[in-house]
Ligand binder design. Structure first.
Ligand SMILES: NC(=O)C1=CN([C@@H]2O[C@H](COP(=O)(O)OP(=O)(O)OC[C@H]3O[C@@H](n4cnc5c(N)ncnc54)[C@H](O)[C@@H]3O)[C@@H](O)[C@H]2O)C=CC1
Ligand SMILES: C[N+](C)(C)CC(=O)CC(=O)[O-]
Length: 477
């Protein structure tokens, strides 16, 4: 049965939450008194629909239903999860929590950037169901959610939150003790404070500060964070040496510590003018699109390495992927062309067709070798772990129409020869929207032992599945 989330407050963050749940197959019920809320969420949804599917190599679940409601009580009806994302005012959050709990017993996550859960729980009918679930913008792409319970939050509610958020591809990080601004915003604020001083003191422009981040430590942080990065920087002696060498510098006046530059009109003008000079030629929507494409390309690179956010996406993908069903043809790919697959001609590069048809062949191998008892049942990875695979020895690809990033494509595969060690497939890549055939690939594979690295006969079970599929595909459609 389709699950339901209620989103209370549909601004920048509530819109992102709505998109994350909807694109993962949940129904979403929204309440926001702003008459513009529906339009704003529509714009976030458009960005999310263009972006999130590109992170995966399989189709996301069918989108849930998005509905708007006239009151909090109506919006939370039937919801398994309530996400509060109203403006950052404690009195408003208290009022909203009371209204939610007047109509629902579901666990509630608050998007608050700074308030502690015990502050949110003050005066609430049932504090045990309230916790902070702090996301990062854009919520539909960035996986981190800081889960901050107070001692009054019920363990079962926290466990439910962790399960729900993981199921939609998020990374719930439980914060051990409540503290103002949780973990990440404390860093962000410290960095921002320093940056304001550097601009005010004329040391750097907004663009130079951004360059100092994006050409250097910003890239490092995305894959190893802070401590692992510094451990490596300590050389062979690791963290102890790093601390001995750079620890004393913490006491030198490298930073302005807690001093905050006053937001005088001059400072605000200086920063806003520099920011306009840096990025004013692009609208916010254009900047969002640029940001989303860069994030997708970076996270897909981390997927290839199986690290950090990339590892999370790989794990999540396993939960939404399905083994192809016996059919003529077999549907071996259903996905959206990601931004990093295009080239300077602005279309999908020919090398990526090889990747796509290779992925389609992996699905055929997964189908014929599926062993329900095996740990990775239903993936070709599992067959390789059992010491066998098929190697490609010949392909002929025809490129029939241009393919753009963001297009949903399907691959239909037929087994044209399935005898002994031989497995020959004919793949047709089609545009999902109109069924136009955009490329074809004739691929011959041979069954191989990964131990001897030589061809060998498949087992009787695998061969029987290959032959049955070949017989099915020999029939006219
Ligand atoms: N903008 C950001 O970068 C991030 C914000 N947050 C947190 O998310 C929350 C929301 O922030 P934003 O989305 O940025 O603000 P926003 O101003 O874009 O959206 C707030 C929304 O709440 C709605 N609202 C006001 N009163 C309401 C009520 N009684 N019931 C339902 N909706 C109501 C407003 O109409 C507005 O659409 C805040 O707690 C903020 O700290 C968390 C992470 C990042
Ligand atoms: C600026 N902010 C404190 C609202 C930022 C966040 O809370 C998280 C983010 O997305 O950077």
């Amino acid at each position: 049965m389709t699950k339901t989330a209620a989103i209370i407050g549909g601004g920048v963050i509530g819109g992102g939450w709505a998109a994350r749940f909807l694109l993962n197959g949940w129904n979403v019920r929204v309440f926001d008194p702003d008459p513009e809320a529906e339009r704003k969420i529509g714009e976030v949804m458009a960005n999310a629909r263009a972006a999130l599917p590109m992170l995966y190599d399989v189709a996301l679940p069918d989108e849930g239903a998005l509905t708007f409601h006239g009151s909090i009580a109506e919006a939370v009806e039937g919801a398994e999860w309530v996400q509060e994302s109203v403006s950052e005012r404690l009195d408003l959050k208290h009022k909203v929590m009371a209204e939610i709990q007047g109509a629902s017993t579901a666990p509630i996550g608050s998007s608050t950037s700074g308030f502690k859960p015990s502050e949110l729980q003050q005066g609430a009918p049932d504090p045990s169901r309230i916790m902070v679930a702090h996301p990062f913008n854009p919520v539909y792409l960035l996986p981190l959610i800081e889960i901050v319970p107070s001692p009054e939050t019920d363990e079962a509610a926290i466990a439910a939150a962790e399960e729900i958020l993981t199921s939609v591809g998020l990374y719930p990080l439980r914060v051990r003790k409540e503290i103002d601004a949780h973990i990440a915003d404390r860093f962000l604020e410290a960095v921002w404070r320093e940056a304001l001083w550097l601009v005010k003191d004329g040391v750097a422009t907004t663009e130079e500060i951004d360059n100092a981040i994006r050409f250097g430590f910003g890239i490092r942080w995305a894959q190893m964070g802070l401590f692992e990065t510094y451990r490596v920087a300590g050389g062979e002696a690791g963290m102890r040496h790093f601390m001995a060498q750079f620890g004393p510098a913490l006491k030198w006046p490298w930073t302005k510590l807690m001093d905050v530059p006053e937001f005088t009109p001059e400072l605000v003008d200086m920063i806003a003018d520099q920011s306009d000079a840096q990025s004013g030629h692009l609208s916010i929507r254009e900047l969002e699109k640029k940001r989303d494409k860069n994030l997708i390309a970076m996270m897909r690179a981390l997927r290839q390495q199986g690290n950090a956010s990339g590892r999370l996406i790989n794990t999540h993908q396993r939960t939404i992927r399905h083994l192809p069903k016996a059919a003529n043809p077999l549907v071996t790919q259903d996905r959206v062309v990601p931004v990093d697959w295009t080239d300077l001609n602005g279309h999908m590069n020919e090398g990526r067709y090889g990747q796509l048809f290779s992925d389609a062949a992996e699905e055929v191998i997964a189908y014929v070798s599926a062993d329900e008892a095996a740990p990775l049942a239903g993936t070709s990875e599992d067959y390789a772990a059992r010491g066998f695979n098929y190697f490609t020895v010949e392909t002929t690809t025809k490129y029939l129409a241009e393919t753009q990033a963001g297009e949903r494509i399907v691959v239909h595969t037929r087994i044209t020869e399935g005898r002994g060690k031989k497995l020959r497939c004919f793949h047709e890549m089609k545009r999902a929207s109109d069924g136009e055939v955009m490329a074809t690939c004739d691929q011959l594979m041979l069954h191989v032992s990964l131990e001897t690295r030589r061809t060998c006969e498949p087992s009787d079970e695998v061969l029987a599945k290959v032959e049955a599929l070949a017989a099915l595909h020999a029939k006219e459609n």
